[in-house]
Design a protein. Structure first.
Length: 157
């Protein structure tokens, strides 16, 4: 069964360098969506997930001095939280380091939208990657099964 993709989002060229740099970070590159995360994304759909991301950025990240800065984004509990850590959109320190948006001032709406776009791009890539890994796993399983099932049995099918 084919999994519906979160979006048909293509990574804009302006994000390509960021994703290359994030892939080189052992901490950032370890984040992956679980099957539960993918099921949640599938059930909610891209518009609701995008609104969750926007709400999290607006309430936890956008203020000039966020409450508990550096610790305000949980490591699990929502796929957007994982995406925030994977894309370095989890706290103002990481945003300053990775995205070049300085700390100590309210994030503009354009900056908030940029972070949401980066988060959605990561979620989309992870969703597609999970689908491809599932296809590869199924193909390998079928190949192994074909190698272990006696040919006489197969001919009777």
């Amino acid at each position: 069964m084919r999994t519906r993709m979160l979006t048909d989002y293509r990574i804009p060229e302006k994000h390509a360098d960021l994703f290359r740099r994030l892939a080189q970070s052992s901490f950032r590159s370890k984040f992956r969506l679980t099957q539960t995360d993918r099921a949640y994304l599938e059930a909610k759909g891209p518009e609701i997930i995008k609104s969750h991301a926007a709400d999290f950025i607006n309430s936890r990240i956008a203020p000039a001095v966020p409450r508990n800065d550096g610790k305000q984004t949980p490591l699990r509990g929502h796929p957007v939280f994982k995406a925030q850590h994977a894309t370095a959109a989890c706290c103002r320190g990481c945003i300053a380091k990775w995205h070049g948006i300085e700390k100590g001032r309210l994030l503009s709406l354009a900056e908030q939208q940029y972070l949401v776009d980066v988060i959605m791009a990561w979620l989309d890539m992870q969703t597609k990657k999970g689908y491809m890994l599932t296809l590869i796993s199924c193909t390998v399983l079928l190949m192994r099964l074909a190698l272990t099932v006696p040919s006489a049995f197969i001919s009777q099918l």
